[in-house]
Design a protein around this ligand. Sequence first.
Ligand code: PGA
Length: 288
Amino acid sequence: MPLKWKIILINLFEKRIFVHYYLLLLKKDFMRKKIIAGNWKMNKTLPEAILLVNEICQELKARPELINIKDLEIVLAPPFVYLNECYKLIHEFPNVFVASQNCYPEESGAFTGEVSVNMIKSVGAKYIIIGHSERRSYFKEDYLFLARKVLAALKHDMKPIFCIGEVLNEREASQHFEVIRTQLQESLFQLNVVDFEQVIIAYEPVWAIGTGRTASPQQAQEMHAYIRSLIAEKYGDETSQNISLLYGGSCNAQNARELFSMPDVDGGLIGGASLKVQDFITIIESVI
Ligand code: PGA
């Protein structure tokens, strides 16, 4: 079904019309990229990490169509300690990059155990995941701290993948839209438009992360459309259309295609399934 009709049907289904859809209906070309990012979390030893990246590289080499797509980026986020090794293995691919899973917002100094943006950049990473729900909940990272991390990343021309998402109680109490609005307003909407356009947003409902309970494609689309409408309100329609919005939370080889077929879902932040080569490749294939 053509994208245009899909959008019309979804709008009728939700009885909502968002201004930015008019732009889509006018067939305007938008700049946003499709992105599949694998968040390895705290998994793998160095030999295992090298093996996984080598296997991914082999699979990609066998599918040149995946490495020659202009608007597709593949991102691997191993633990800090393997970033440089992983970078060396992937850097010959034009659209494969490495990301760190976190950063510290200060430049340098007496912050034992922390890793600055400049350090991350120096080992070859291009992206930084910021605000993952595990950081928010286990490490008590608040809005202001996350906003500082985003600024630090942008200062060094790194691309933040900024995670937002509601917990189960909030969804059950129908507070999910409000939660997302606050998370955006308090950490990202302080940015000027030029900086904001460098950010990738990952909507990850916390109840779906690692639980095997995925948001339905309609739930993902509804929230992504809402996020885009908030961005349009703050920064204008064009900016809202240029931002890549990823879905994360039990996205796997079976459900990826349906999720990515939604007009406002531009790819995924993949946890568990990114550790399995064939599943990860299938997920990449599902976004094109
Ligand atoms: P999951 O994790 O795919 O294992 O649910 C996603 C994430 O935490 O980014």
